[in-house]
Design a protein around this ligand. Structure first.
Ligand code: IPD
Ligand code: CA
Ligand code: CA
Length: 271
């Protein structure tokens, strides 16, 4: 066990506890409120965040916290937990059983640990910097599919899809006729984990937030995959573009994304 074992154990305990609560909540009444036209939040998002923050802040009182439902706690030292207490909240609100808890730990601005828990399948994805990625304790690796035509891809759409022109529809249309198939499951953190374990060959999305991608991106990297923005430049959890793949189809995906961006700006210039 490496130097991050204690942190990983704490993250797993917190995720399992919140996961149990979320699984039970699937059959209970939930309160839904709207942050935007299609961006919703349930009382279970907040409850999960309280549980995870409660456990981790008790164990690590000097660490910083950044979590989706308005939680910001400045760090006194080098540690920052980046948390999505419920990724896939639209699914959750509709009782579509695809959602997860995503917890990552940054140390000196580097993500060193990532944990994603899917309570409906009881799947724990975990990754530790330079120690690989695991699914329920078994080492995982990205797929070996090297042809975009044979690839199963995943994506999602930003919450401003109705208002913004940069809404991913052009890339979706382009990949639809280039890949074998596309899935839109509604949880970016799980999409990234599925790239890491080879269920998907590639994933792209726009305007994701650090809590959506921090854990899943480390998972992909540690499983032997590649991450970048849509032009192939270095990926950051704060970046507006996320491209993750098994590495083998990465350049082909960049080509499609660049063509889409060129099309988008030509359309903008015409109007
Ligand atoms: C969303 C999911 C979804 C993605 C959205 C995210 P949330 O997170 O990850 O798959 O398409 O862009 O915001 O709101 O369910 O935590
Ligand atoms: Ca999310
Ligand atoms: Ca969320």
């Amino acid at each position: 066990m490496g130097e991050w074992a204690e942190f990983l154990r704490a993250a797993e305990e917190a995720a399992r506890e919140a996961g149990r609560m979320l699984r039970q909540g699937m059959t209970q009444r939930r309160e839904i409120s709207y942050k935007g036209a299609v961006d919703l939040v349930t009382n279970f998002d907040e409850r999960a965040q309280e549980m995870i923050f409660g456990r981790l802040s008790a164990a690590f009182p000097h660490h910083g916290f950044l979590a989706e439902e308005g939680l910001r706690r400045e760090k006194a030292g080098d540690f920052l937990w980046v948390i999505d207490p419920l990724d896939g909240t639209t699914n959750y609100a509709h009782r579509f059983p695809v959602f997860c808890i995503s917890i990552a730990l940054q140390f000196k601005e580097r993500v060193v640990l990532g944990l994603v828990y899917d309570p409906m399948r009881d799947e724990i994805f975990s990754a530790v910097e330079a120690e690989g990625a695991h699914l329920n304790g078994q080492k995982i690796h990205v797929s070996r599919v090297d042809d975009l035509n044979r690839s199963l891809l995943a994506t999602g759409f930003p919450y401003d899809v109705r208002e913004s022109r940069v809404n991913n529809i052009i890339h979706f249309n382009n990949f639809l006729v280039r890949a074998q198939a596309i899935r839109r499951c509604g949880s970016a953190a799980l999409d990234l984990c599925y790239v890491a374990c080879g269920r998907f060959d590639g994933f792209w999305e726009l305007k994701l937030k650090p809590w959506d991608v921090a854990a899943g991106a480390l998972m992909v990297k540690e499983a032997g995959g590649r991450l970048s923005d849509f032009s192939g430049a270095e990926f950051s959890i704060f970046s507006a573009e996320t491209l993750a793949s098994n590495g083998l189809i990465h350049e082909a995906m960049i080509t499609v994304l660049q063509a889409g961006k060129a099309g988008e700006s030509a359309a903008r210039n015409r109007s």
